[in-house]
Design a protein around this ligand. Structure first.
Ligand SMILES: NC(=O)c1ccc[n+]([C@@H]2O[C@H](COP(=O)([O-])OP(=O)(O)OC[C@H]3O[C@@H](n4cnc5c(N)ncnc54)[C@H](O)[C@@H]3O)[C@@H](O)[C@H]2O)c1
Length: 360
């Protein structure tokens, strides 16, 4: 694994523009540039006052309130886009990202990419036509725990990943017959969080089926993967806010791996103490070194790995993107095509019923 470099240690950097001076960007995106080969040249927000604050705070040269003007005036290598939602709660990326691609600029953007799979397909058409690429920052594609779990899943001893169980708290509103839709679709902003993690570990979903408990909003989604693997996602809307947010467990044909609370990784392998059932005096294996492995960070040292920017893979996704731009390569992880799959899954959640829904 390559050690991290501080921004000023890079010999080459991409010249970047940034559209969106909002809260998430302030907390989790602009600060990643301290550890990435990114030279922030210009920032753009509809609110000029806010743009000026971000310009000063994060060291850009110029501000804009119109992104078209920014890409015309500045010589950029790439653009970061972190926008909010329109009045109907739909992401605004599909309205802006095609213009950036057409202008020959690769794009790093936040999730969710769009409200419908059709919108993602239209962005994909432009991406292909322009020869550029888009990274949609579904961060579980870059969490160190998910990366290492994937590495474990690929080990011969693990066997095939046959089953996954995920838990994540989201409240899904009931279908309202009178208005023929579901209101309160706020949950859709976040369904890509657990589903991108599941997608990364298990591959594409073939079919989904749902059972739900209303009015609590708890939902269980059953998953059949194209690989033949199976799984479920429990949207535990009424779990205690004090519990760790999420937990994922993949069962292989011989071993299993757990990601708990986003940062604890447990790999169950090895053998228990010998002896037939009821007669084994010790649970720890005869070879005590050949047993489960547990990883969690220490939070005492002034390291970078224990910052949330690294624990949640934000720096890693920005570095992956910036290095691809510098090397003139396309990305293979966290792509727009991955987001098309996630948006189709979101569409299935919108339709959900007791019947199996095929994910195209
Ligand atoms: N990955 C995560 O954990 C995570 C967490 C929170 C939010 N997000 C995502 O981040 C994004 C932003 O969320 P937020 O809560 O920070 O939103 P926000 O409302 O705080 O920020 C959005 C900003 O975009 C600006 N904007 C909108 N349209 C624009 C345009 N055409 N040109 C220039 N600026 C424009 C707005 O003025 C606003 O300042 C969303 O996509 C959200 O889903 C991700």
């Amino acid at each position: 694994m390559n050690p991290i470099k501080f921004n000023y240690e890079y010999d080459r950097e991409i010249k970047a523009g940034f559209i969106g001076c909002g809260a998430h960007a302030f907390r989790n995106v602009y600060p990643t540039f301290d550890y990435a080969p990114v030279d922030l040249v210009a920032v753009c927000d509809l609110n000029a006052e806010r743009a000026e604050i971000y310009r000063k705070r994060f060291g850009a040269e110029n501000i804009y309130t119109d992104y078209k003007e920014m890409i015309k005036q500045e010589k950029l290598d790439a653009v970061f886009v972190v926008l909010n939602f329109d009045k109907e709660g739909r992401p605004m990326y599909p309205r802006i990202v095609p213009d950036l691609l057409e202008a020959g600029l690769p794009v790093w953007m936040e999730k969710p990419a769009a409200y419908t799979a059709d919108e993602v397909e239209r962005m994909l058409e432009v991406e292909e036509r322009s020869g550029q690429f888009v990274l949609v920052a579904n961060k579980r594609y870059f969490y160190p725990t998910f990366e290492k779990a994937k590495q474990i899943i690929g080990l011969e001893g693990f066997g095939e990943p046959v089953s996954i169980n995920g838990r994540y708290p989201l409240t899904l509103s009931p279908y309202q017959e009178d208005i023929a839709t579901r209101t309160g679709l706020h949950w859709f902003q976040d369904i890509c969080h657990p589903m991108s993690g599941i997608h990364y570990l298990m591959g594409e979903v073939k079919e989904m089926c749902f059972i739900e408990h209303q009015p609590s909003g708890n939902v269980q989604a059953l998953l059949q993967f194209k690989s033949g693997g199976i799984g479920n996602l429990q949207l535990a809307s009424t779990q205690a806010p004090t519990s760790p947010l999420e937990r994922f467990e993949v069962i292989g044909s011989n071993q299993n791996v757990v990601i708990d609370n986003g940062m604890r990784l447990i790999y169950y392998k090895g053998s228990k103490g010998s002896g037939e059932y009821g007669k084994a005096p010790v649970y720890i294996g005869d070879d005590p070194a050949d047993g489960p492995v547990l990883w969690e960070p220490e939070f005492s040292l002034g390291q970078v790995y224990n910052k949330n920017l690294f624990l949640q893979g934000m720096v890693q996704s920005v570095n992956y993107f910036a290095n691809a731009v510098l090397e003139g390569k396309k990305i293979e992880r966290s792509t727009l095509r991955d987001s098309l799959h996630l948006t189709k899954i979101f569409d299935a959640f919108k339709q959900r019923s007791g019947k199996w829904i095929t994910i195209g």
